[in-house]
Design a protein around this ligand. Structure first.
Ligand SMILES: NC(=O)C1=CN([C@@H]2O[C@H](COP(=O)(O)OP(=O)(O)OC[C@H]3O[C@@H](n4cnc5c(N)ncnc54)[C@H](OP(=O)(O)O)[C@@H]3O)[C@@H](O)[C@H]2O)C=CC1
Ligand SMILES: CC(=O)N[C@@H](CCC(=O)OP(=O)(O)O)C(=O)O
Length: 346
């Protein structure tokens, strides 16, 4: 059994890690890390775990945890993982960080967009960007994985094959995305109160959201050119789910069949990527509670643009599910272990 420690187990992403790992046949959670609920029963924080988890929350002592766990998930605010990790810890255990601390290779870009000083830039180079479908082989060898963000997972996977094959003009790419409120975490914040979110929709982080450089960096690797995008996130009154709609001009005339063949080239053997049938467009409800990303596209000959669409559950493929997928790869397990989660509907 793989011994797992979770720092930030009481947050939404940490709670989803607990839910998924409780059903994992090869992993056992040995540390339910918390800052606010130390010594309280985990199931009193998340009553859905009543009679399923008997353990109590423990403090976030990474030095001690590294001695006990084969892998540590950090599901904590930006900057925390970078402030805790050191060579001794990494020589004892593997780390999968759900925050953005090790996602961006240029430390100056991270510090600018996150308005934070990076506390351990010496580990940025070795960290592997854990988008499993793209970096699978590197993840298998990693001791530090940067788990991608939720908007970024959805946006990158949706456009990746077309960026890689060079059929879209990357200078024209626009990403418009909507997220449910769990994306903002469990902490109490006025903009996330029921009356502020319910029956409402709003754009936020316009031309300034911190996922912009992450999407740009990964799509730059894919396309081989420096990508600069417009990315506009929106908050919508749902618990879970992200829908990304992406627009780009086509570099040449292509048919539906040609584009479908490109998506199939990259994704036909990917268990968690479902390219939908022609004319069927992704909906967040069809992936809820699961590790799937649903993708489709439509060519608009009037504007010579292609419209790409992707949907994920932000807490699963956008966070905890992908993190467990990374763990499975790092330990040589079946990549889907613990992740055979059938989407719920309605
Ligand atoms: N929510 C989502 O959809 C996604 C989130 N992420 C990332 O995952 C991470 C966690 O997000 P999320 O679960 O939403 O956030 P939450 O606010 O719901 O949870 C944060 C967690 O971190 C703990 N924590 C907060 N501050 C500290 C601190 N100073 N020291 C130690 N622990 C601390 C909290 O502990 P306690 O409650 O015990 O005080 C809690 O367990 C973030 O980096 C986020 O960006 C990534 C992808 C998607
Ligand atoms: C709805 C909402 O507020 N979503 C969050 C994104 C959460 C996430 O995945 O972000 P990181 O892991 O990169 O921090 C936001 O826009 O900040």
């Amino acid at each position: 059994m793989i011994k797992v420690g979770i720092i930030g187990s009481t947050g939404y992403a940490g709670g989803e890690l607990v839910r998924i790992l409780t059903g994992h046949r090869e992993a056992e959670i040995v540390w339910y890390g918390s800052r606010s609920y130390i010594d309280q029963k985990y199931a009193s924080v998340y009553q859905n775990m009543f009679q399923l988890v008997d353990a109590r929350c423990m403090d976030d002592n990474m030095e001690e945890l590294a001695k006990q766990a084969d892998v540590i998930f950090t599901a904590t605010p930006q900057g925390l993982c970078a402030s805790l990790v050191n060579e001794e810890i990494l020589s004892q255990t593997k780390i999968i960080d759900l925050s953005a601390d090790f996602r961006i290779k240029d430390v100056a870009v991270y510090e600018k967009w996150y308005n934070l000083e990076h506390k351990s830039p010496q580990f940025i180079e070795e960290a592997v960007y854990g988008l499993c479908e793209i970096n699978r082989e590197d993840v298998k060898k990693a001791r530090l994985v940067a788990n991608p963000g939720c908007y970024t997972t959805c946006s990158i996977l949706t456009a990746y094959p077309l960026a890689k094959e060079g059929i879209i003009d990357m200078k024209t790419l626009i990403v418009d995305a909507k997220s449910g409120t769990s994306g903002a975490g469990r902490g109490a914040k006025v903009p996330n109160l029921y009356c502020e979110v319910n029956e409402n929709m709003k754009a936020y982080g316009v031309a300034s959201h911190r996922h912009t450089p992450e999407i740009e960096e990964q799509l730059s690797y894919a396309s081989g050119e420096e990508v600069v995008i417009n990315f506009t996130p929106h908050l919508v009154p749902m618990n879970r789910g992200i829908l990304a709609t992406e627009y780009a001009s086509l570099k040449k005339d292509v048919t539906y069949e040609e584009v479908k063949a490109i998506y199939d080239k990259y994704y036909k053997d990917e268990k968690f990527v479902r390219v939908l049938d022609e004319g069927v467009y992704p909906e967040t409800k069809w992936v809820e509670g699961s590790n799937y990303v649903d993708i489709n596209f439509k060519i608009d000959p009037r504007t010579n643009r292609i419209i790409m669409m992707g949907a994920i559950d932000n807490l699963v493929k956008g966070a905890a599910g992908q993190a467990v997928q990374n763990m499975n790869l790092m330990f040589g397990l079946d990549e889907a272990e613990g992740l055979n989660l059938v989407p719920m509907f309605p």
